[in-house]
Design a protein around this ligand. Sequence first.
Ligand SMILES: [Zn+2]
Length: 497
Amino acid sequence: MIKAAAYARYSSDNQREESIDAQLRYIREYCERNNMQLVKIYTDEAQSATTDDRPGFLQMIQDSSMGLFSAVIVHKLDRFSRDRYDSAFYKRQLKKNGVRLISVLENLDDSPESIILESVLEGMAEYYSRNLAREVMKGMRETALQCKHTGGKPPLGYDVAEDKTYIVNEQEAQAVRLIFEMYASGKGYSDIMYALNKEGYRTQTGRPFGKNSIHDILRNEKYRGVYIFNRSASKVNGKRNHHKSKDEDEIIRIEGGMPRIIDDETWERVQERMSKNKKGANSAKENYLLAGLIYCGKCGGAMTGTRKYAGRNKDLYVSYECSTRKRTKACDMKAINKNYVENIVIEHLEKNVFSPEAIERMVIKISEYAASQSKEINRDIKVFTDQLAGVQTEINNIVNAIAAGMFHPSMKEKMDGLEAKKASLNIKLEEARLQAQTHAPSEEMIRKYLQKDADIKNKSPEEQKRIIQTYAKKITVYENTIDIDTIVTFAGGGEGS
Ligand SMILES: [Zn+2]
C-alpha cells in the first residue's frame, strides 16, 4: 500500500478557501478510493496576510527525505505553492526524494507535456487572479482617495474612527515609538524584540514580535503621516508576494493623510541605517538560477553556488562548485563561473526549446495532451453519471417497497450502503467536472504562454529561474563541455532523444 502524507493550507484573509478540515476530508476520501495509507498530516494556517512562513510545509519538504511516505497529497495545487517558481522548485525537491505530488482535483503526471501544460495553466491562473485583484482595487481606490481605512486590521498604533479615518491608539503608538527609537539608536532586532515582549506588547495579530514584523513597521511610511494605498494588492488573491513591487500607478500616497506617530528626524535616521544594513545583506545574496539542476561530470555530485573574494584586488568570484570538492577535496573539478554557465543554459533553451518551430511542435503536443486528458475526464463523467443513476434507481426501489408496506431490517443496512455510494459518486463527479473546466486551454493560449517564456534573455532573474527550472532537467559540467538535458528536445531539424 502506498504511504502518503497530506498537506493542507488555509489563510484566514481569504474567505473563499476550503477550511483545513474540508481539505483533509477530501484527501482522506482520495486515499480510501485509491488504496493509499495516510501516514502523516501537515497543515499551515496563516493568521494574517503578512505572515509568509509555512512551518508545516517546510517540515513536510524536510521529512520527504526520510522515506516515511512516497506521495504528498493536496486538495488543490494552489495549496502546495505560492507561485510558479516555488511550485517547480519544491516539486523537484520532492521528486529527488522519490516523493510524488498528487492533487485531488487536478491530474498530474511527469511527462514533458504535463509539466509544460501545468506551467501554462498556472500562468493562466496567475493572470486571472491579477485581473480580479485589479477589479477589487478600483472600488478601494475611491475610499483610499479620502484617506480612509480600506479594510482589514489597521496598522499597529492606529484605530479606525466611525467615519473610517485613522486615529492614533496611544497605547500601541508607544510600542511603535519604542521600535523606532531603539533602532535609530543602534539597537538590533533581537534587543527590540526582547524589550517589546518584556513590556507585553503584541503585534496586530496578537503574537509576540518577530524580526519580520519589526522590519515592516520600520519601513511603514504611515508612521510619518503618509497615507499609502496599497502596496500589497495581490493579497486579494491570498497569495501575497513581498518581492514583487506594485506598478507605481497602483499606489496612492498622500502626505499628511494620516496622524503621524514618528517625527521626520527619527524616520530619516532609521531609513538610513536600514538601507546601510540592507546593502550588506543584499549583495551577499545571489540568485542561483541553476540551483538543484547542476551536477559535476567528474564525480556526479551536485554543484552549489559560492561567492568568494580572491586575487590581489580581492575581486568577487561567483560560481558553482562541486559539493564533493567543497566537502572532502575528493574531487578536483574546477568551479565554473556563474554567469558564464547560466548564459550558456539560457542560450541553449532559447535556441532549442523556444525556437518558433519548436514552439509550434510543443503547442501541438500539449494541446493533444490536454485533449486526451479531457477525453479521459469526459469518459469518467459519463461513467460516474451512469453509476449514480443506477444507485438512485436502487434507492427508489427500496423507498417504494417500504411505502408499499414491505419492510425488512436488512433494508436499512442496504439503504445506508447505497447512500454512502451515492455521496462518494457525487464527489467523484464534482472532481471530474472541475478538472474538465480547468484543463482545456486553447492552442492560442498555449502558444501565447510559450512565446512569453521564449524571451528568456530579457526577463528578470526570478523569471529566468522559473523558466530554467521548468524546462531544464539536468546540467552536467565536464572539464571541457557542458551537457544540457531539457524536458523537451527539438534540436535542429530532427528530434533528439
Ligand atoms: Zn565533483
